[in-house]
Design a protein around this ligand. Structure first.
Ligand SMILES: Nc1ncnc2c1ncn2[C@@H]1O[C@H](COP(=O)(O)OP(=O)(O)OP(=O)(O)O)[C@@H](O)[C@H]1O
Ligand SMILES: [Mg+2]
Length: 279
C-alpha cells in the first residue's frame, strides 16, 4: 500500500481582494519516498499550494493532512509541520534573511533552541555538503541568484525535513549548477526524503521525476507515473502543454526501429541517441 506524507483535501484559498480563487478545491496526495514534479501554467496555484504545505497559509476551506492527520491551527501542530516540510521559495530573496551564509543556514536551528555546539556542527556539515564552506562568512547580498538558491536549499536541508518542496529551483541555475543540483537532490532523495518540485521544464520533469502532478486553475487535473501522465494527450493538449522532446522523437520513429531499440521508453534525448547509436 502506498503511504502518503502530505495530503490536500478539497483545499480552497483566495488571496485578499482577488476575484478568482488561487486554489479551487485541490485534492492531492504526495506518495512517500517519491521524486515528484508539479507542473502547471503560470498562475495555476503551485506556489500557493506549497505555502499551504508547510503551514504559512491556512485553507479557507478543506484540509491539509500530514501522514493522515489533519493539521489544526494549533501552534504545536504548525511548528511540527514546518519541521517536517521544508520549502525552498521560488524567489530566494524572500527566503534569505540573515547577514552571512553561515548565519542564514543556522537560522532555523537557532529557532529550535538546540545546543550551540550541535548547531555549529550541523551547519558545518551542511555547508560542506552543499559546497558552501568557503562562503560561510560571505554576506548573503554579495552572492549571485544561483548561489543564493544553494544557500536557501542548504538552510532548509539543515533542518532534515521528511518532505522537501522546491519551487522552480533550477530557474536561476546555469547548466553546470543544474547538474550539480540534481546530484545533490539524488543524495537528498537517497536518505529517504520525499521531494516535490514545481517546474516548467517538461523535459527535466520527465527525466527526473517518478511521479507527476499536473495542476490547472487551482485544481489537480492529473497525477501518476510520468509515462502515464504524458500519455494523456487529450488533457495535455487542452492545457496547451508541450510533450517532452524525447517522447515526440520516439513517436516519430517507425515501428520496426522502435522494436529494435529495446523495451521501455527512453528518458532523455541523450539516452535515445545512445540506443540509436548501438543499433
Ligand atoms: N500575493 C498575492 N495576492 C493576490 N493574488 C495572488 C498573490 N500571489 C498569487 N496570486 C494569484 O494567485 C494565483 C496563483 O498564483 P501562484 O503564484 O500560486 O501560481 P503559480 O502556479 O505558482 O505560478 P508561476 O508558475 O507563475 O509561479 C494567480 O492567479 C496569482 O495571480
Ligand atoms: Mg509559482
Amino acid at each position: 500500500m502506498t503511504t502518503h506524507v502530505l495530503e490536500f483535501a478539497d483545499v480552497h484559498y483566495t488571496y485578499p481582494g482577488a476575484a478568482q480563487p488561487a486554489l479551487n478545491g485541490v485534492t492531492m496526495a504526495v506518495p512517500a519516498g517519491r521524486r515528484c514534479a508539479l507542473l502547471g501554467r503560470n498562475g495555476c496555484g503551485k506556489s500557493t499550494l506549497f505555502l499551504h504545505a508547510n503551514g504559512i497559509f491556512r485553507p479557507h476551506k478543506g484540509q491539509v493532512l500530514w501522514k493522515g492527520v489533519p493539521i489544526s491551527s494549533r501552534r504545536a501542530d504548525l511548528q511540527a509541520l514546518k519541521r517536517n516540510v521544508g520549502l525552498v521559495f521560488q524567489d530566494p530573496e524572500q527566503q534569505l534573511i540573515a547577514a552571512t551564509v553561515a548565519e542564514d543556514v543556522s537560522y532555523g536551528l537557532c529557532n529550535l533552541h538546540l545546543p550551540e555546539a550541535e548547531i555549529r556542527e550541523k551547519v558545518r556539515r551542511t555547508l560542506e555538503a552543499f559546497g558552501l564552506s568557503e562562503w560561510a562568512d560571505t554576506p548573503v547580498h554579495h552572492l549571485s541568484l544561483g548561489q543564493k538558491r544553494r544557500v536557501a536549499l542548504a538552510g532548509v536541508m539543515v533542518m532534515e525535513p521528511e518532505l522537501l518542496l522546491l519551487d522552480e529551483p533550477t530557474s536561476y541555475l546555469d547548466p553546470w549548477q543544474t547538474e550539480a543540483f540534481v546530484r545533490q537532490l539524488e543524495r537528498i532523495h537517497a536518505v529517504g526524503t520525499t521531494i516535490v518540485m514545481a517546474t516548467h521544464d517538461l523535459d527535466f520533469a520527465y527525466a527526473w521525476a517518478d511521479w507527476v502532478f499536473v495542476m490547472d486553475a487551482g485544481r489537480l487535473v492529473l497525477a501518476g507515473e510520468p509515462e502515464r501522465v504524458f500519455a494523456r494527450r487529450d488533457i495535455l493538449e487542452v492545457l496547451q502543454f508541450k510533450r517532452p522532446a524525447v517522447l515526440e522523437l520516439w513517436e516519430s520513429l517507425p515501428g520496426h526501429v522502435k522494436e529494435r531499440l529495446g523495451p521501455g521508453l527512453p528518458k532523455t534525448t541523450g539516452e535515445l541517441a545512445e540506443r540509436l547509436r548501438l543499433l
